[in-house]
Every structure is written in C-alpha cells, then in structure tokens.
Design a protein around this ligand. Sequence first.
Ligand SMILES: [Zn+2]
Length: 226
Amino acid sequence: MRLFGNQNSIKKMKYILLTVLLILVGCDRHLNNSGEPISRIVHLKKIFMENPDLISKGFQFPVGKDGSANGYYVAQGFQKRNKRFGGNFHLGEDWNGNGGGDTDLGDPVYSIANGIVVFSGHGGRGWGNVIRIVHSYPQNKNQILVESVYGHVLDMFVSEGDHVKIGEKIATIGNADGLYHAHLHLEIRTDPDMELGGGYAPNTYGFTEPRAFIRKNKDLKVAGNP
Ligand SMILES: [Zn+2]
C-alpha cells in the first residue's frame, strides 16, 4: 500500500514537472509590464508604439544607389511557377545585377523601410543567410505590420532586435553558400507571423508582390509629418 502511495506521488510529481515544462515551453518569452506573457506580434506593436520614429514613412527598393534599383533587374518575379520546386509559386522576387552571373556578389542590400530586425542568421540549406525585418506603416488611420525577408545574403550587418532605418545597409548580396548565382531573394509578407518557409509554396497567402508594394507605398503620410 505504501509502495503504491510512493509510486502515486512520483507519478504526481512527474505530472507536475511535465506541466510546468509545457507551460515554460509554450509561453512566449515576451512579457508585458505586469510580467505576463504576450504574443510576439503584440510585443512588436508595443515597440513601435514606444518608438514612433520607427514607423515607416515610405518604402524603397533593397538594391541600387539610394534604393533606386538602378543597375538591377528582377530575374524571377513574384508568383512565378518554378518546375525545379514542384511547380510551386515563387513567394518573393529575385533581384540580380544587370551584369549577370556573380557580378553583384557583395553588393549592398538596404532595408526597404524603418523597422525592427526579428531574425538575422542562417536560414538553412537553400536559404543561406537571411535577415527578416518587421515594419509598421499607416493605412486608413491604422498601423499595419508587414515583414521583409532578405534571402541568400553574404555579410550581415544587423542583429535580432536592432532598429533599422530606411536605406540602411543591412547586408550584402550572396549566393546561398554557392548554391546559385548571386542574387537577392526578397519577400514581403502581409502576415508577419509565419515560419521562414521554403521560398516557394502551392499558394501565396500572406505574401505580396514586392515591387508593386514598394511602388504603392513609396511615400506615406504619417500623422505629425507634413
Ligand atoms: Zn527567389
């Protein structure tokens, strides 16, 4: 009977430990002022609210002098189906130097807008180094979050948590550890809370065409700014 009791206690203890572990693992590491966990997106919105200078007043291209894209072209557009990737849709745009091949290797990559770096590191095979930045911009009196993803980069000049300005040099064009000719794979995500993914997918939900988005949001009217 005593033995049974002990086993029961051990079972109970195991259960409690497992529950605590699950709570710890399941919890977001972001906390509000009262020390309660908050979601990643709420956490980012809070940083933008506390740092109005971080709100985007406009967007620009990630390559070319002053974000002009001069000297570069899109070799593979958004939504293009690619047979090498199961006929899936391309979720970004591939920016290449006009010179072709690896002539753009090491060229600067600029942040397309003000924002917060949410990832800077290796994205796994096929990605090479990746930088992810979340931006907040005004639309119909609301603040909208959008994310830019810079794939296959070589050098990285920003780290997770950094606040960046539009046009800031964040990386250089790379070739995904030698897998491709050098180019920048740029994604713009209307859903900034997704996994890195694979650059291609059967649908483009949560993604938008970078060129069209950048042109449309080149100059944004921000409250308090003429
Ligand atoms: Zn690509």
